[in-house]
Design a protein around this ligand. Structure first.
Ligand SMILES: Cc1cc2nc3c(=O)[nH]c(=O)nc-3n(C[C@H](O)[C@H](O)[C@H](O)COP(=O)(O)OP(=O)(O)OC[C@H]3O[C@@H](n4cnc5c(N)ncnc54)[C@H](O)[C@@H]3O)c2cc1C
Length: 397
């Protein structure tokens, strides 16, 4: 079977690695970025313990490479911006191993390395045609402007992210749902004087700072605040004074952690990447099963629990195991859709405190048994290769 993977991001790279050496699959990866170009991703991210479990079970060499390139994510601390403590969760109380804190560039570097030899760079999917055998023929735009055809494929995989061209070409542009939230992110380098290490969140009303250290003496900071509807981010919100006002507690001094972040926001304002939070409806396959979507192309979700790239890791590793076992796009959907639906619903439910629920009550709720049981399910319910063998897959379907 000839498989073309569009995009060597998180899901696409892992799928390609998982199919390496398969006698039944002839795989090529097409990536619009140039070889060695990982910088566009910027900033940092946290990957949930379930991503590490998927790698441990399906791609142990990648598990070790990510651990080596990252810091462990063991703790989830929540405070008000004046330092009032609300939650201090030990992740090992709900997971089998810690998650990771990593820089985007290092994540891409670690995942792309094993499939570099099968990746054609400078190929941006632009159009689709069909050959006489009814196979999809992707048409790529090369950096010098020419259109390139690379032949027909039995299966095309959309690993091309949130604005998937493959999904748009086969199923139409998805209509995103805006949550009326601005989310900005900043990578602070040379952060010797940063007073915190592991993952923390700091609330003033529904305005939230989220931050943690990543390797290379750097700190990732993300700020979230409500926009009051599906509107563009106002220019005046992009100033240091506005951001300081959003996160400064009323009638009290900011905690040392918040005070440090406010100083760095002011100093590095130009380095902030501004965005609005949105979700896209889930879609696993199209074109009669000849196009299969993984990661954000299938399921762009709110970033609240750090599950976007985490689910892309589950997608890439698990889809590889299913295809190797002889499964098809429908089999991948049967395994992945209920799981992703659960992760999306939990991520949305956990967004209550940035959407207007009282942050004190909403956070205390996250330390109670019902939410902890959901987190345990999220972090541990990852099937191993033996469960994904065909008979089990048929049973799941
Ligand atoms: C503000 C913010 C914070 C986030 N924080 C986290 C976090 O902490 N933890 C977490 O797990 N997730 C986080 N996410 C989500 C995460 O970024 C995505 O879910 C993840 O990158 C999806 O992986 P993917 O493999 O689907 O796509 P990507 O990693 O986006 O890869 C897509 C690849 O396709 C290539 N490509 C795109 N178009 C084409 C084309 N036409 N032709 C060829 N190649 C193409 C791109 O160059 C890229 O290599 C965050 C997202 C946002 C917006």
């Amino acid at each position: 079977m000839r498989i073309g993977i569009i995009g060597s991001g998180v899901a696409g790279s892992l799928l390609a690695e998982g199919l390496l050496g398969s006698p039944h699959h002839d795989v090529v990866v097409f990536e619009r970025a140039a070889a060695g170009e990982h910088a566009e991703a910027g900033t940092g991210l946290n990957l949930g313990p379930n991503a590490l479990k998927a790698l441990r079970l399906h791609a142990p060499a990648r598990h070790d490479a990510l651990r080596a390139a990252s810091l462990p994510w063991r703790r989830w601390l929540v405070e008000l911006t004046d330092g009032t403590p609300l939650l201090d969760l030990d992740l090992l109380s709900v997971a089998e191993e810690p998650g990771v804190r990593i820089r985007w560039s290092e994540l891409y570097r670690a995942l792309r390395a094993p499939v570099a030899h099968m990746t054609r760079h400078g190929r941006a999917l632009e159009a689709l045609e069909e050959d006489a055998a009814g196979r999809l023929v992707p048409v790529f735009r090369a950096p010098f402007g020419a259109l390139i055809r690379e032949g027909g494929f039995d299966l095309l995989i959309g690993g091309d992210g949130r604005y998937s061209r493959l999904r748009a070409l086969t199923a139409g542009e998805p209509v995103p749902e805006h949550l009326g939230l601005c989310i900005w992110r900043l990578l602070v380098t040379e952060a010797d004087d940063c007073p915190f290490d592991d993952y923390g969140q700091w609330f003033r009303g529904s305005n939230r700072l989220l931050a943690f250290r990543v390797p290379g003496n750097a700190v990732y900071i993300a700020g979230t605040f409500r926009l009051g509807g599906d509107v563009p981010i106002p220019e005046e919100a992009r100033t240091a004074a506005h951001q300081r006002a959003l996160f400064t507690p009323e009638g009290a001094a900011p905690s040392p952690a918040v005070s440090w972040m406010l100083g760095r926001i002011e100093a590095d304002l130009g380095g902030i990447h501004w965005a609005r939070t949105q979700e896209a409806p889930m879609l696993r396959h199209a074109a009669g099963g000849r196009a299969l979507f993984l990661g954000d192309a299938a399921q762009a979700m709110v970033p609240t629990l750090g599950q976007g790239a985490t689910q892309a890791i589950e997608d890439g590793t698990i889809a590889a195991a299913i295809l190797r076992a002889g499964g098809d796009a429908a089999a991948v959907a049967a395994w992945r859709d209920p799981r992703v639906d659960f992760a999306r619903r939990l991520s949305l439910a956990a967004s209550d405190t940035i959407l207007g629920t009282d942050p004190v009550e909403g956070t205390l709720e996250k330390g109670r048994a019902p939410f902890l049981a959901e987190l345990h399910r999220l972090y541990t319910e990852v099937p191993g290769p033996e469960e994904l063998a065909l008979p089990a897959r048929v049973a799941a379907a």
